[in-house]
Design a binder for this molecule. Structure first.
Ligand code: FB9
Length: 423
């Protein structure tokens, strides 16, 4: 640009009598010719007459070159000018960072290493007076300490366990995944031809496939109530088979444990009311999908006391689920072979903006309780839900495989926030 802007070069290359385009092009070169011609024409310095290029003014002021010189001398020019020259790629923005160094108040020629701690020696020697102490960087990140993390399921299990304990429940011993068909089905007055009792729904054992110890007298009562009823029931009227009851399986619900506990309770001299809970694994030979595996953790609450009613069940469900943060409940009549009446429990989930099925419940049938030997006026209310569903919803996990099984991502566990239910 030292020799001037393209348009100024273009103009000054035109003799007073004019000149042909091509001659001018050769003279200036194609680039200066193209840029110069446009700008000179725009500045109404020149005119084209067919192949001839002619001057329209005597002389011109190379404003562009002047501006560039002024900018070069650090002069400030208007934004308009800057933008024009930028658009014509005649200038580019460059940012320089300059630092001015000058002595600070604490300048010393030789810096004494700042002490990180005030030690006994400093005190004794007294040199703490002119010792520089390093500032404490209170924002420094603490070194990440490698600690163990509770799996999200166990986080939620602990919260739900605390709710049961706060409500005066005691935990049932669920340390037996293998159960006999007797305690898992028959004792619950579930008929032997019930669809869930075939291998499509239940995992039966091939080895150790039969149980040896069943309480004989109680077994007789169970047989009779299935076959002929009693206690006001007409029973199922089918031929009950002992060997069906002896089949071992992977328990399909922790209600099997509730049955054992209620039978044990009935054997006591005097009846004492009880509140039991269980949270442990159950197995169902079901189609595996995004929210179902062949096993899940069942949560169960059981209350056994004289004169309990459906109202008591609804009341304790309101209490239990409100502690889980679910206050709006609705109950839908349902059917279980071992409870009558039975209810599915629904809660309105604000986050999901919809009613969610949050469990099942009912009053255990007399055909189940009375053969055990529980007093006539004792009723047992119970309910159940899964541990996986609330955990998936609370932690926003859409696929159960991300929660349970080989594909679990440890970082998810590590970074999962503390589970605070009901808050
Ligand atoms: O957990 C379930 N739903 C649920 C629970 C809590 C929850 O919390 C969110 C934070 C807000 C969300 C959802 N369900 C029970 C309902 C459904 O998911 C259902 O489709 C699946 N059910 C499982 C069984 O599936 C075959 C959940 C599991 C279940 C069902 C019934 C019982 C236990 C677990 C029971 C029982 C029972 C009944 C009477 C007497 C004794 C026990």
């Amino acid at each position: 640009m030292v020799n001037g802007s393209p348009e100024a070069l273009f103009f000054s290359a035109i003799p007073p009598e004019g000149i042909s385009r091509n001659t001018l092009k050769e003279k200036l070169g194609i680039e200066t010719f193209d840029i110069g011609s446009k700008a000179a024409a725009k500045n109404k310095w020149i005119a084209f007459d067919k192949d001839l290029v002619k001057r329209k003014v005597e002389s011109v002021e190379d404003e562009v070159k002047n501006l560039l010189t002024r900018i070069n001398n650090g002069e400030v020019v208007s934004d308009q000018v800057i933008n024009d020259l930028k658009r014509r790629k005649l200038i580019v923005k460059q940012t320089w960072k300059g630092y001015s160094l000058k002595r600070g108040p604490k300048y010393v020629s030789k810096r004494k290493k700042a002490a990180t701690d005030l030690t006994r020696e400093h005190i004794v020697s007294g040199d703490w007076k002119n010792q520089e102490f390093k500032e404490y960087n209170v924002n420094a990140e603490a070194p990440a300490i490698q600690v163990g993390y509770l799996h999200s399921l166990l986080e939620v299990r602990e919260e739900i366990q605390n709710i049961f304990l706060q409500m005066g429940f005691e935990e049932m011993p669920t340390n037996n995944f293998v159960e006999s068909s007797f305690w898992n089905f028959d004792a619950l007055f579930q008929p032997q031809q019930h669809p869930t009792r075939d291998s499509h729904d239940t995992f039966f054992l091939e080895t150790a496939d039969r149980t040896k110890d069943l309480p004989e007298d109680y077994l007789e009562k169970v047989k009779r109530v299935h076959e002929f009823g009693g206690y006001g029931s007409k029973g199922y009227g089918y031929d009950w088979k002992r060997d069906e009851a002896e089949k071992n399986l992977l328990r399909t619900h922790t209600t099997a444990v509730s049955t054992r506990m209620l039978y044990a309770l009935a054997q006591q001299e005097t009846f004492t009311p009880k509140r039991y809970y269980s949270i442990d694994r159950v197995f169902r030979n079901e189609a595996v999908d995004r929210t179902h595996l062949a096993e899940f953790h069942q949560i169960e609450g059981v209350i056994c006391d004289r004169g309990l009613t459906l109202g008591d069940l609804i009341g304790v469900l309101e209490d239990f689920f409100s502690r889980l943060g679910m206050s709006k409940l609705r109950f839908k009549p349902a059917y279980n072979p071992y409870t009558e009446p039975s209810m599915e429990i629904f809660s309105y989930h604000d986050g999901l903006q919809k009613w969610v099925e949050v469990g099942n419940s009912g009053m255990f049938r007399p055909e189940m309780l009375l053969p055990m030997g529980l007093p006539e006026d004792v009723n047992v209310i119970a309910w159940g839900l899964s541990l996986e569903r609330p955990t998936m919803i609370l932690y926003g996990i859409s696929n159960i495989r991300d929660l349970f099984g080989p594909k679990v991502d440890f970082n998810l566990i590590k970074n999962n926030p503390i589970c605070r239910l009901g808050i």
